[in-house]
Design a protein around this ligand. Structure first.
Ligand code: RB5
Length: 153
């Protein structure tokens, strides 16, 4: 599984914690580090950059961290093919994949601490879409997404 991660200035420390944690688990993780060589970009640009990489099929899962996780989720969800959700508990993180089949997880570094963040990331990455009764619901999300991005088709 190929994973990418990025953050804004509010979450530099937590991004490093998560990156190191997943590396130590032997996972294939890339830090997109959009802010490198740029002058303090806002979360919108950073989240959009990761979401475009997901849309291009370069990664299977993406992790975005800002102060609250909210702005990152909002912008990531503006990119077709990206389904992002903010999680600050383990149960939601598991459901985000099993029920909603989200390919991007967002978290807030000003909301949770590093140990909980690691547990949330693990729960999400260890989960797969459960299918079953959730399949029709997720298919509907994709149909509605298509209507939104391609209103005349
Ligand atoms: C700080 O820029 C803060 O607005 C950001 O990190 C994030 O919480 C936005 O949703």
């Amino acid at each position: 599984m190929k994973i990418c991660i990025d953050c804004d200035d509010a979450a530099v420390c937590l991004k490093q914690v998560i990156f190191d944690h997943l590396k130590s688990r032997g996972m294939d993780i890339t830090d997109l580090d959009y802010a490198k060589d740029k002058e303090n970009p806002f979360y919108g640009e950073i989240g959009f950059n990761l979401a475009k990489a997901m849309q291009a099929g370069l990664y299977d899962r993406g992790i975005l961290i800002c102060g609250t996780g909210l702005g990152m989720a909002m912008i990531a969800n503006k990119v077709e093919g990206v389904f992002a959700g903010t999680c600050h508990d383990v149960f939601s993180a598991e459901r985000l994949k099993k029920s909603n089949d989200a390919n991007v997880l967002t978290m807030g570094a000003r909301v949770i601490g590093p140990e909980l963040a690691k547990m949330i990331v693990d729960a999400w990455l260890n989960s797969e879409f459960a299918g079953g009764g959730s399949t029709a619901k997720v298919d509907q999300l994709k149909t509605l997404e298509h209507q939104s991005f391609h209103p005349n088709r």
